[in-house]
Design a protein around this ligand. Structure first.
Ligand code: SF4
Length: 337
C-alpha cells in the first residue's frame, strides 16, 4: 500500500505587480494557479515544463521560501501553511531542498565541516560530540574524501559542490528532498554520477524526491511519476512509462518530440509550437495552451479543461487536462500546423 507523504491542494502563488505613484497593486503574475497533486512516500515525482511554467515556484511555495497565496500543503499529515515561521523552520528538517547552484546556497567562507555542522546545529540533530563522526560519514556517503573536510567550496568542482549540497541536505536526516534543477548546471557525465548517487541514497534512506527539471532526459532517468506544467497549471500527470510511451496532452507530445533519438536510423517528427509562451500576468482564457495548440477549438478558448482520466485509453492514475483526448487519439481531430 502506498502512503502520500505530501498532498498539495489548490495551491496558488501570485506575485503582485505594483504601479502608479502610490505603488498600489495593479495586477498579479500568476506563477502557480490552483494546482493539486500528491507525492507518495519513497517515490520520485518529477515536475517538468519550460522555463516560467511554475515548477520551481511550486517547490519554493511548498517549503514556504515564498509564502503561497492560497491552498493547502499537507506534509506527513500536517498543514505546512498553518505553521508559525518558527515551527516551519523546524519542519524543514524533514523537508529539504537542493538548488541548481549549490555555490549560491552555501557560505563560501565556511569549510565543508562548518557547513555540515551548522546545518546539524540549527536543527539540533545530534549532540555536539557526535557530529564529527556524522560529518565523516556524510562525506563518505556522498563520495567525498575525509581529507576534503576542511576545504572551502571554491576548492571543489561543480559536481563535488553539488555533493556538498546533498550532504548538507542529508545531514539533518530528512524524509523528503526537493531537487530544484539540481543537476542542470553539471556536465552530462557528472550529471549521471549525481543522479546515480541520488538514486542510491533514495534506496538507502527511503527518501522521497520532488524532482524539478526542464530536462526530459534526466527526468526519464530518475522518475517514478511525472507531472507536466504549462503556464502555472498541471496539464498531465502519469507514471513515467505511460507519460513517455503514451502521452495524451498535445503540450506533452510537443515536449517529448524534442528529445533527441540516439539511433540515427530512426527518424522522429519534431512538433514545433507556434508563438511564444504567453504572459502569466494575463494568461489565456479557457485552456491556457489554446494560443499554441494545433487542435484548439472555440471551446478551448472559453472552457478550462479539468485534469481527467479515460480508463480505456489511459492507465490508472494517468490524467490529462484536454477536452479532446479521445478525438485526438482516434484521429478524428487533425492538427492544424
Ligand atoms: Fe489543445 Fe483544446 Fe486540448 Fe487545450 S483543451 S490542449 S487547446 S485541444
Amino acid at each position: 500500500m502506498t502512503t502520500d507523504i505530501l498532498k498539495v491542494r489548490n495551491l496558488k502563488q501570485y506575485f503582485p505587480i505594483k504601479g502608479g505613484i502610490l505603488g498600489r497593486k495593479v495586477n498579479d503574475v500568476k506563477a502557480v494557479d490552483d494546482i493539486s497533486f500528491e507525492v507518495q512516500e519513497g517515490e520520485t515525482l518529477s515536475i517538468v515544463g519550460e522555463s516560467g511554467c511554475g515548477k520551481s515556484t511550486t517547490g519554493r511555495a511548498i517549503l514556504r521560501l515564498d509564502e503561497p497565496t492560497e491552498g493547502e500543503v499537507d506534509f506527513q499529515g500536517q498543514d505546512l501553511l498553518a505553521l508559525s515561521k518558527k515551527d516551519m523552520r523546524r519542519k524543514r528538517k524533514d523537508l529539504q531542498i537542493i538548488f541548481q547552484d549549490p555555490y549560491a546556497s552555501i557560505n563560501p567562507r565556511q569549510t565543508v565541516r562548518q557547513i555540515l555542522s551548522e546545518a546539524m546545529e540549527i536543527q539540533d540533530v545530534l549532540p555536539k560530540d557526535k557530529r564529527e563522526a556524522r560529518i565523516k560519514d556524510l562525506m563518505k556517503t556522498v563520495g567525498l574524501g575525509e581529507h576534503q573536510i576542511d576545504r572551502f567550496p571554491h576548492e571543489f568542482s561543480g559536481g563535488q559542490r553539488q555533493r556538498i549540497g546533498i550532504a548538507r541536505a542529508l545531514s539533518v536526516d530528512p524524509k523528503m528532498i526537493i531537487c530544484d534543477e539540481s543537476v542542470s548546471a553539471l556536465d552530462v557525465s557528472i550529471q549521471a554520477q549525481v543522479l546515480n548517487l541520488l538514486k542510491k541514497l533514495q534506496r538507502d534512506f527511503n527518501l522521497t524526491y520532488l524532482f524539478i527539471s526542464h530536462d526530459l532526459g534526466v527526468v526519464r532517468h530518475i522518475s517514478d511519476r511525472v507531472l507536466v506544467m504549462y503556464l502555472g497549471k498541471i496539464v498531465e500527470i502519469a507514471d513515467k512509462k505511460s507519460l513517455f510511451d503514451n502521452p495524451k496532452h498535445p503540450y506533452t507530445k510537443t515536449l517529448l518530440s524534442a528529445i533527441p533519438v540516439p539511433d540515427p536510423t530512426k527518424k522522429k517528427e519534431q512538433i514545433v509550437l507556434k508563438g511564444d509562451v504567453p504572459s502569466p500576468i494575463d494568461p489565456p482564457t479557457g485552456c491556457r495552451f489554446h494560443t499554441r495548440c494545433p487542435f484548439a477549438t472555440d471551446k478551448c478558448v472559453t472552457d478550462n479543461p479539468e485534469l481527467r482520466n479515460n480508463d480505456s485509453l489511459m492507465k490508472d492514475g494517468h490524467r490529462a487536462a484536454c477536452h479532446y483526448i479521445e478525438e485526438i487519439e482516434s484521429g478524428e481531430m487533425k492538427p492544424n500546423y
